[in-house]
Design a protein around this ligand. Structure first.
Ligand code: ASP
Length: 426
């Protein structure tokens, strides 16, 4: 007998169909997160004079919350992808869904970065002239394209989990999942037993995530409040134009690309899509972590009618490799940094940015701040000074909150579309 999760959700005990927590809690998790978000902004603004206090005494609790999320992310990605693969029972089906998913991800990411470059160029004139003297930034060692490919494949069974190297965890999950499917030919009993175990373990880890998520309003408050306390005046200051450009691009990409995709491919009204996605979007905004948002995202797409079979494969994959918001950010920041140094980017350079930013966003981990580290790779590819990152580093968190919202919304739109295509094929 195969145990399945409730068809209405992945962790139905925390969020029910309408995104509401069980009756015993007065407010739904989404409402709690929203209240935490507003409180964090108010308290943060009030604490502008004592940003250090917020940083020393409030932020650590946010860090505890993020640590717990990082702790559970490895097993969640491993078991949810394995559960997704074994539920398809057919390697060809995994291949066709996987192919469509990767194609959707690559296309939307290339589109995102193009939007970033176009708007970056339009708003270039309004970018502030910041001083570039005395800038220093510790750049990560550049990794060549071939090394990036080689590094996707694990050389040790436990190291991918220890290092939280999600691309390697995905390869592990795919290999193990395929093996479980293939075992059915030799031993159908063993196949069924292992599928039961995978589903059971998946449920256990989802439960742990559920416990961690109950802390999310506190986590959200403690993460956001110090950011507002530190950056309050800065938001209104010199970097506002670049931030605004990035946020306009995020909004344009979401409204144009995702609305069109869910409407044209899945026949879902864009308004309904964004409404049902709002708990996950708010959570992503406050946590700035795609992988941390994974369980809420699974729940939201399930409420949008996506099948568990597809979303438990598409979403963890997307949380690791599909980062449209990060790609936009990298495009806008490249133009901004170039213009600060008085450099005009040529067309071939822009095309190089499209290519490297697509790769960089694939390599970006779904945790806060990861996109900024990968920006170094994009800048280096077109010979821009890596120290330029210091210009945007101070407000990276604000860029990050928006780009994470876009990152997870892109994954969800893909899950809804592929699920629809998959249902039609049946
Ligand atoms: N924080 C982003 C995410 O989790 C990644 C990034 O830094 O761009 O999706």
């Amino acid at each position: 007998m195969v145990h399945h999760n409730s068809s209405t959700g992945f962790y139905p005990h925390i969020i029910s169909k309408g995104g509401c927590m069980e009756k015993k809690n007065k407010f739904s998790l989404a409402v709690q997160i929203f209240i935490a978000l507003i409180l964090a902004i108010i308290v943060g603004l009030l604490m502008q004079g004592s940003a250090d206090v917020a940083n020393d005494y409030i932020k650590p609790f946010g860090t505890i919350f993020l640590n717990l999320i990082k702790f559970i992310v490895g097993p969640i990605v491993l078991f949810s992808i394995m559960a997704g693969v074994v539920s398809m029972k057919d390697i060809k089906k995994v291949g066709s869904i996987g192919g469509l998913t990767v194609a959707y991800y690559l296309l939307t990411t290339a589109f995102a970065i193009t939007i970033g470059l176009v708007f970056g160029n339009i708003f270039k004139g309004a970018f502030p002239a910041l001083s570039t003297s005395g800038l220093s930034y510790e750049a990560a060692e550049p990794v060549s394209f071939m090394d990036t490919i080689v590094n996707i494949f694990p050389n040790n069974f436990v190291k991918p989990l220890l290092d939280a190297n999600m691309l390697q965890v995905i390869i592990m999950a795919l290999l193990l999942g395929f093996a479980v499917i293939l075992i059915a030919d030799v031993s159908p009993d063993a196949n069924e037993r292992i599928i039961n175990d995978i589903n059971d373990l998946n449920n256990v880890f989802m439960r742990v995530m559920e416990m961690i998520l109950r802390l999310s309003p506190v986590g959200v408050f403690c993460l956001l409040c110090p950011v507002v306390a530190k950056n309050g005046p800065m938001i209104l200051g010199s970097l506002a134009m670049v931030l605004l450009t990035a946020y306009i691009c995020y909004a344009v990409h979401a409204v144009v690309v995702y609305s069109l995709a869910v409407k044209c491919i899945a026949g879902v009204s864009p308004l309904l899509f964004f409404r049902k996605m709002s708990p996950a979007m708010m959570f992503a905004f406050s946590s700035a972590s795609s992988v941390g948002t994974l369980p809420i995202n699974l729940e939201c797409v399930s409420n949008l009618g996506a099948s568990k079979e597809v979303s438990s494969f598409v979403l963890p994959l997307g949380a690791t490799i599909n980062m449209d918001g990060t790609a936009i950010y990298q495009g806008v920041c490249s133009i901004f940094i170039a213009s600060c140094y008085g450099i005009n980017l040529t067309m071939p350079q822009m095309l190089t940015i499209v290519l490297t930013a697509t790769l960089a966003s694939i390599g970006t981990a779904g945790v806060p701040g990861a996109g900024m580290v990968m920006l170094a790779m994009v800048l280096q590819s077109v010979g821009l000074p890596v120290e330029g990152i210091a210009l945007v580093a101070g407000v990276d968190r604000i860029f990050d909150m928006g780009r994470t919202v876009l990152n997870i919304t892109g994954d969800a739109s893909c899950a809804v579309c592929i699920s629809h295509i998959n249902n039609r094929k049946k």
